[in-house]
Design a protein around this ligand. Structure first.
Ligand SMILES: *Cc1c(COP(=O)(O)O)cnc(C)c1O
Length: 355
């Protein structure tokens, strides 16, 4: 991670700020954006000079390839403010590596490291009043890349736009989550784009998730596309199962997104002496465990909610509820990670990054 690069990014300041109109106590996730955004275009074989401009609509050709072929990837990360008004990011090098890994898979040119870090830091300094103190409060950061070249020829574009937009966020309570385990639809296939944060992965989940909602579930846990026997992940979260006192999660392969929260949970678990098994896990195994009373917890991990406990699941027409437990792993991980993010606890892992 190059901290010392002295790239200075041109800033066009917005004439007014929207901040006084924002009710920071009642934010709907991802619906309000700050005053500025980071923009960098790719053309003539190179990323051009990045800039920061007022947040607002952008103009694109209707033939821009992103609209036709979905050549688009994104990231999700957060900035936090501590009691001394210092701003922090959480493992941003992981997001940087991952957006380029996603880009590579979608034949999008990789983005330079100094542009990414310098652009984000400059933007966050400019928007620092939008980051509120207190556990749970954060500024959600959405870097993304789209193919902008106007032409419906079905091949990779030669013009792109990389942008970063920011949205203030409060503690995200996923609410009571019960999930349907996928029996027919799938999220990702072997050799496909499941491991990339590709925009189209989400579009493909909306319809089957709506069907699950009609049955009373909030989300779907996807299973392998070939047999639907193995558990993979939820739509926006990796998933952990606690059987007895052992934590189990599926390995990252080309179908499962390599979540930053997931790898942080594994590290915190290991440091706390909790046994972690990273291996394939069959649906039958958790059905048996819940029937035997050994399945103690299921939870999702992701940047938005950090940890989202799952209270029950449905599979092949049967519904299962998990027992209520004290001293949940979910609480331990959520508290440990959140405190590190907000600079309220030691960071033995070196995860915090000062802006
Ligand atoms: C972003 C994402 C996650 C969570 O990743 P984090 O880095 O922990 O936020 C998990 N699964 C999918 C499919 C995702 O897109």
């Amino acid at each position: 991670m190059k901290n010392e690069v002295l790239l200075s990014i041109p800033i066009e300041k917005s004439a007014t700020s929207k901040i006084t109109n924002v009710d920071f106590e009642n934010l709907t996730f991802g619906s309000i954006f700050t005053d500025h955004m980071f923009v960098c275009d790719y053309k003539d074989g190179a990323w051009q000079t990045p800039q920061i401009v007022p947040y607002g609509p952008i103009e694109l050709e209707p033939s821009a390839r992103v609209f036709h072929y979905g050549q688009a990837v994104f990231e999700g990360m957060k900035a936090y403010k501590d009691e001394e008004d210092q701003i922090w990011l959480f493992r941003p090098d992981e997001n940087f590596k991952r957006i380029n890994k996603s880009s590579k898979r979608l034949a999008i040119p990789e983005f330079p490291e100094e542009f990414f870090f310098q652009g984000m830091k400059t933007l966050l300094q400019l928007e620092k009043d939008w980051i509120k103190k207190g556990i749970g409060n954060s500024l959600y950061i959405r870097p993304f890349v789209i193919a902008t070249q106007g032409s419906v020829l079905a091949s990779p574009a030669n013009e792109y736009r990389f942008m970063i937009i920011c949205s203030p966020a409060q503690a995200y309570y996923g609410g009571e989550v019960r999930v349907k385990i996928a029996e027919h639809y799938s999220r990702a296939a072997s050799g496909g784009v499941g491991a990339a944060k590709a925009a189209g992965n989400y579009a493909a989940q909306f319809y089957p998730t709506n069907l699950a909602k009609e049955e009373g579930y909030q989300q779907v846990i996807w299973t392998d596309a070939d047999t639907h026997e193995y558990l993979e992940e939820a739509g926006t979260m990796n998933v952990f199962f606690r059987i007895g006192d052992t934590l189990i999660t599926a390995p990252n392969d080309d179908k499962i997104l390599d979540g930053v929260t997931r790898k942080s949970v594994i590290a915190v678990a290991e440091r706390n002496g909790i046994k972690v098994e990273v291996r394939r896990i069959k649906v039958d195994e958790i059905v048996k465990a819940v029937k035997d009373g050994k399945l103690k917890e299921i939870f999702g991990s992701g940047t938005a909610a950090v940890i989202n406990p799952i209270l029950g699941f449905g599979y092949k027409g049967e519904k299962f509820e998990l027992p209520k437990i004290e001293n949940s792993y979910a609480n331990l991980f959520k508290e440990t990670i959140t405190k590190i993010q907000h600079n309220e606890a030691e960071d033995p892992y070196g995860w915090r990054y000062k802006v």
